[in-house]
Design a protein around this ligand. Structure first.
Ligand code: 5GP
Length: 185
């Protein structure tokens, strides 16, 4: 879906990144990942549902073999806030023992969901666990967890598109934009 199809509703305040800008940045991240994991097996773990588009474009930008697996977690948030209390809705099919795991995320806000996820995955005996996220909000920069690959650092606003939803809408928007407060207030 293109922006023109939502602008009629005045839902999007501002476009932050176009599809072309996102894909270019993911290609740069992929080049770095290829170099860092040279000679190593790599398992990409996507976090449903928001990371679907990031995973699809990042994985296709990698000029090497990778495996992909998926987790679905619920952070017990409501509306536009996450609580950090996490429940697994769908677990991985892959045994992580000895594997190099790269978590693929759409966005890190407070980092609460991610902190929980890293602890959980590290307890399964992987060789390494790192994080790649397309977007990172300011609060996440203050958290303890080291995020190895960041696409864009963004301001503290609620964004939608490219996998990110508000109430399950806007995931199929090609760009990433800020949502007008009137939509969720
Ligand atoms: P955290 O635990 O880092 O605060 O939040 C993680 C999750 O909250 C993300 O994976 C995403 O599902 C949701 N989230 C945080 N900020 C945003 C945002 O600006 N837009 C959307 N659509 N979801 C967000």
């Amino acid at each position: 879906m293109d922006q023109m199809h939502v602008e009629g509703d005045l839902d999007l305040d501002q476009t932050l990144y176009s599809e072309a800008e996102i894909v270019t940045r993911l290609k740069e991240m992929a080049t770095q990942i290829e170099s860092d994991y040279e000679g190593k097996d790599l398992l990409l773990v996507g976090v449903l549902k928001g990371a679907v588009m990031v995973m699809a474009d990042l994985a296709r930008s990698l000029d090497r073999h990778v495996e992909m697996d998926w987790m679905a977690v619920s952070s017990y948030g409501s509306g536009t806030q996450s609580s950090g209390v996490v429940r697994i809705l769908k677990d991985l099919d892959t045994d992580l023992s000895g594997r190099h795991v790269l978590i693929v995320e759409d966005i890190i806000d407070t980092g609460l969901t991610l902190s929980w996820l890293i602890t959980n995955l590290r307890s399964r005996g992987p060789a390494s666990v790192e994080i790649a996220t397309l977007l990172r909000k300011p609060e996440a920069q203050r958290m303890d967890v080291d995020v190895k690959y960041v696409g864009f650092d963004i301001p503290n606003a609620f964004v939608v598109g490219y996998g990110l939803d508000y109430d399950e809408r806007y995931r199929n928007l090609r760009c990433i934009g800020t949502l007008s407060p009137h939509v969720y207030s």
